[in-house]
Structures are given as C-alpha cells and as structure tokens.
Design a protein around this ligand. Structure first.
Ligand code: ATP
Ligand code: MG
Length: 622
C-alpha cells in the first residue's frame, strides 16, 4: 500500500495533523504546510529582495564576502571555539527524485560554508522511506553534486547505514522510560493528537512497563505484527503547544524492500528520529535545513539530549521559490510520469539535470545562489534573475557563431557565381584571446526571415527593398527585389546587389548603414534542429489553480518549439554535447544529447534581450 505525498500534505494542514502511522517520507515535512509553522512561517509570495553580491557573486576573500545569518553563526562559533573551531556540514537529499534548483541553494550553502572555513561536508542519502527510493536517483544526485562543482571526498553516507545504531538507541530510550509501543490506529493517533488550539490526549498504551515495551518492540522488528498496527513513540509531552512534541512516532511497521538493506527490516525510523541522530553520528556541527523544519528543532534537540550523544545543532533558512517554476520533487515526478515533459532532464525542467541539458553552467548557478543569499523568511525569486546569471556567465565565455534558425534565401546577383571568400570573424568580443575564425561567404546566403520586411514598419532598419544593410563580417548589400510564390504570395528569395569595396563590413567612403545582420552561406551551411524553450508554466505561481484543477492546468502549451530547418555556419560541425555558443543576435544555445553528426540538435539556453520586441510592443500599445 502506498500513501501519496498529497495525502501527507493534505493531512499536514493546521487542524488535521499528519498521521504519524501512514505518513510517507518518514513523517518529514514535505512542504511549508507543516502544522505548527502554518501561521508564522513567512508568507510565500512576499518577495525577498535579492542583494547582488559584488556584481555577480565572484568568489571573494572571506573578509569581504557578503555575510548571512548562517555564516554569522558559524563565525561566532569559531570565535567562541564551540566544536573546537570545526565546521562540518552535510547535504541530506532523500533519493526520491532528481535534484532541482532549490537543492542547488542548499548544496552551495552547505559545501560553500564548509569550504570557506576549512571544514568538511558529507553527502548523506536520507533513505528512511523504502517505498519511494531508487538507485537511479542516488546516481543522478551524486552526478549532479559533482557537476555543480562540489566534492564530498570519502564522506558518502546513507541514513540506512545507521539502522542498527538507531535501533539500539531506541532500546536505550525504552529502557529509560522515554519511548513506548503504541497500539492506536492511525486514525486514533490523529484524534488523540489534538490540534493547534487543543492539547493532545495521552495514549492508553503510554504507561506500559519497560519490559512489555522491550518485548513488543523486539516483536515488531521480528515481523510479528501487520504493517501499521503498532508504532514506537517517544514519550515527550501530549500537552506541548508544539504538535511535533506530542509523543511523535519514531518507528512504523512497513514491509517494503529497501534499496540497500533489502528485506532485513520491517520497521523503519521516521525522519525526525533518524535525521538528528545521523547528524550526531557524523559529528556534524551545523545541520542546515529549510524553514519548515523550524518547529522540529525542539524534537531534534530532545532526542540528542535524552541519548546524551554529540550535540549537532540545526539551523533553518528560507527555501528557494522561483516564479513560473515548481520546486517539489513530487510534482516534478508527476510531470515526468504523465508525459508532460520528456523526462527528468527535459531542458524545461527546473531539475539540475534539465538545467544542465539546457546549457546552464555550474558557474552561473553558483553565482545565482551566492547572489540570492539566505534569510529567515520565505520569498520568491524572479525567474529572470536566474537567467541573468546564465547570460552573464555565457557572455564571458560562449564563442559567437552565426546561425539562421528561420531561413530566408538571399541571392547577391552581382557576386561571382563560383567565388567563395573566407571572412574573418571574431570568436568572442569579450575575450580577445579567443581569436578569430574563417566563415565562408558566397553568392547565395540565408538570413533570418525576421530580418527582411517587404513593407517595413517605422523604425525597422533591417533589410527591405532599396535599403542597404551590413552583412556581419561580409559586405554591404542593398535589396533590389523579391521573388514570390505566384500562388501563395510567400517570399521565396530576396535579391540584392553588393558593394565590393565594403569587404569585412567597412565603408571606405564613411557612409553609414543602420543595421548589421547575420547570415550563413547556403552551400556551406550545416542543417540542424533547434529547440526553443519557453517557460514551463503560464502562471507566476503554478500552484494557483481554479477549484478542482491540478497544477498541470497551468502548463504552458507553447513551452517547446522545434525548428527543423535551421542553417548553421560550418565551424559548428561535430560539436560535442553541452558545448555552449552564442548564436549572434539570437541567444545562447548548446548541443543537446540527442545530437548526432548527421543531425545536430541545439537547445536554446536563453534568448538575448529582445530590444526590437520591446519597441514593437510599445508601438502597438501606442
Ligand atoms: P522536495 O519538496 O522537492 O521533495 P525536499 O526538501 O523533500 O524537497 P530533500 O531531498 O529532503 O528534498 O532535500 C535535501 C536538502 O535540500 C534539504 O536540506 C532541504 O531542506 C533542501 N532543499 C530542498 N528544497 C529546497 C529549496 N527549494 N530551497 C532550498 N533548499 C531546499
Ligand atoms: Mg521531500
């Protein structure tokens, strides 16, 4: 039997606390709907104003680095020699999906802080929930953390490594009278638990003898009782204002094969019992997690105190939310399973695998994460800010090339029939060291359909009848006429004449042209497919739906446009996957994994800023 996250989330709303027996995820708060947090936890939607770190998050010396409250805590702990000056963090993903951009924030924070202070970071898979976890996810998570540029060295751990120790500690708590076996059903536990306004009621099984508890717990482990029929609960305080402290479940009975321990166990620890103890075993000093765990901190501390073990400390920061984006593994899984996207690494997905395939670089993501910083209030960052850091990074290093994605044929009537000239083109104006390359020029070229108008509107300076423009690195050409399909009126060819004195785009007489456009020589062009991506959702907050609708109702039907007749300059032949380029005047593009030597496929990473689009819009609006 599987319980979905939807059930947990619904059950986690104030007034109807999560059912501890059935909760998936080991009872881990799955979203900011954690019971106690509901009111004071920061309003989603109130934007955190991002402070831009030294104009792009360049790694700076510790002294000049913009600080944040977590970093300040660490600085203070170093000063007071708490933990002997040690900084040891961990990144604890649950292997139930691919990592997303929100995880990047947590990874950068955990690894970044440890690195800054000469500390260490562990990678720990939080695999206490066997029914949802898969090895595929474990592999992709490791791959992604490395891609982002971080290294856990030999410190790869699994919460399941600690199942024996956790069991032994449970026995210790039973012996100390701090834990008991409870026979209440899930529904009864819910009723007994009370609500935010009413205290809970003690379970009739709360005062079992230590001997009886030891016997029953051992028999739970031995498989004598059906799934969900009993739990081991911590004996804390049923009257606590914090629902998490009302005798939380530590163990549930669940017959499910675990990806690492197989069928060794039929009882599994809940998140709240496993997490802090795992931190403690690894001697983690600063256990940094997201705000929805804030009200779990007293319980985190309670277990550590009762057991008298190494005192790791938990700190909470704000979850990343991005406009037009969903950052929930459960919902991303739905998109994959229902076929709304082509897989976890679809370039429209906010997963790090998708973002990578789209052509985003690890440097851009790290700069973005540095710039958004961390705070104590949840907010939402504009998607455009992420794109800004991608453009900024690619602008510095992506080679420029010419590519025509919606081709229109141009014939230069006075250019010699069989002549091919090699024109010098600059590889990256931002980086003189990147050098130049040769681009072939000939009589028949392709230009963008957008760069020609037979009837140009006002302020349109590109090619049109009688108008002269510069072909980048080529010549100045003047449009002399068009050839149209006699039936449809569609423009098939544009005819031009060129001025041989303007080779390289220079004008010896100093005359000016208002526009420079890109082109590709028809005889030399490589045919390619280009995939243009737009936002995956049409709403800033894709979770906002009409009554009865699913979040998938907000999917953007035009998030993918495939152009199959694109023409690229020949230097792009044989480019390896993920290599990024700027297609001049169009945007940043990279080679997709689907690419083959016969059929190159490029993804648009990000468009350039579209100034014409803005002018046109303004004109239309009057
Ligand atoms: P999801 O809701 O997407 O399933 P999760 O919190 O359940 O996310 P985990 O695998 O448990 O996912 O997360 C590993 C770590 O990453 C945790 O410390 C978690 O707090 C952090 N994390 C997850 N999502 C975000 C986010 N949006 N912003 C910042 N940190 C995040
Ligand atoms: Mg989760």
């Amino acid at each position: 039997m599987k319980t979905t996250k939807a059930d947990t989330e619904a059950a986690a709303k104030p007034g109807s606390p999560t059912s501890p027996v059935l909760a998936d995820g080991g009872g881990k708060p799955g979203s900011p709907t954690s019971p106690v947090l509901a009111d004071g936890g920061g309003k989603p939607g109130s934007p955190t104003s991002p402070v831009l770190a030294d104009g792009g998050g360049k790694p700076a010396e510790p002294s000049t680095r913009p600080s944040n409250f977590v970093r300040d805590i660490i600085l203070e702990d170093i000063k007071t020699n708490k933990y002997g000056g040690r900084v040891h963090t961990r990144f604890p993903p649950e292997p139930n999906g691919y990592l997303h951009i929100g995880h990047a924030k947590s990874i950068c924070l955990n690894f970044g802080l440890a690195a800054e202070f000469g500390g260490k970071t562990n990678l720990r898979f939080d695999d206490t929930n066997p029914s949802k976890e898969e090895t595929e996810y474990v592999d992709s998570i490791m791959d992604t953390v490395r891609w982002l540029g971080f290294d856990w060295e030999d410190r790869l751990f699994y919460a399941s490594d600690y199942f024996d120790q956790l069991y032994a500690w449970a026995i210790q708590l039973i012996k100390a009278g701090k834990a008991y076996v409870c026979d209440l059903s899930a529904e009864e536990v819910r009723q007994y638990r009370g609500s935010l306004t009413e205290p809970g009621k003690e379970s009739p099984y709360r005062n079992r003898s230590v001997e009886e508890n030891l016997d029953l717990f051992e028999r739970m482990r031995a498989g004598e009782f059906p799934d969900g029929s009993r739990t081991l609960r911590a004996k804390v305080d049923m009257a606590s204002p914090n629902l998490n402290m009302r005798d939380p479940v530590m163990y549930r009975i669940l017959r499910a094969e675990h990806h690492r321990t197989g069928n060794k166990w039929c009882i599994y620890p809940m998140y709240d019992y496993a997490h802090g103890q795992s931190d403690s075993l690894e001697k983690i000093t600063h256990s940094i997690c997201t705000l929805e765990f804030e009200d779990h901190r007293p319980l985190y501390n309670w277990f550590i105190e009762q057991l008298g073990i190494f005192p790791s400390q938990q700190f909470e920061f704000d979850r990343l939310n991005l406009t037009y984006t969903l950052l929930s593994k459960r919902k991303l899984l739905t998109l994959v399973q229902e076929g709304h996207v082509r897989g976890w690494d679809d370039p429209r997905m906010p997963t790090l695998a998708g973002i990578r395939r789209r052509g985003y670089t690890p440097e851009a993501l790290r700069n973005f994460c540095a710039a958004i910083g961390v705070s104590k209030t949840n907010g939402t960052i504009e998607f455009e800010m992420l794109e800004h850091f991608v453009r900024e990074d690619l602008n510095k290093r992506a080679p420029r090339v010419m590519a025509v994605i919606r081709p229109l044929k141009v014939v230069i009537d006075n250019y010699p029939e069989n002549l091919v000239e090699e024109m010098d083109a600059v590889n990256n104006p931002e980086n003189p060291g990147a050098g130049t390359r040769k681009v072939p020029f000939s009589r028949v070229l392709y230009i963008e359909q957008d760069d020609f108008r037979e009837d140009p509107p006002k302020k349109y300076y590109r090619l049109s009848p009688g108008v002269e423009v510069r072909l980048r690195y080529g010549y100045l050409v003047t449009c002399t006429g068009v050839v149209k399909d006699p039936n449809t009126g569609e423009i098939l060819e544009v005819h031009c004449s060129y001025d041989p004195a303007t080779r390289g785009g220079n004008t010896p007489d100093g005359r000016k042209v208002k526009s420079t456009i890109h082109w590709v020589s028809a005889a030399h062009a490589i045919d390619a497919e280009v995939r243009l991506y737009d936002k995956l959702f049409t709403k800033e907050d894709p979770n906002l739906t009409e009554e009865g609708q699913e979040f998938t109702a907000n999917l953007n039907p035009n998030s993918l446009e495939i152009l199959t007749n694109c023409k690229l300059e020949p230097s792009l032949k044989g480019t390896p996957a993920l290599r990024g380029y700027q297609f001049e005047r169009l945007g940043y593009f990279c080679v997709d994994f689907d690419s083959t030597p016969e059929k190159p496929v490029f993804n648009r990473t990000a468009a350039l800023r579209d100034t014409w689009g803005k002018i046109e819009k303004r004109e239309q609006q009057g």
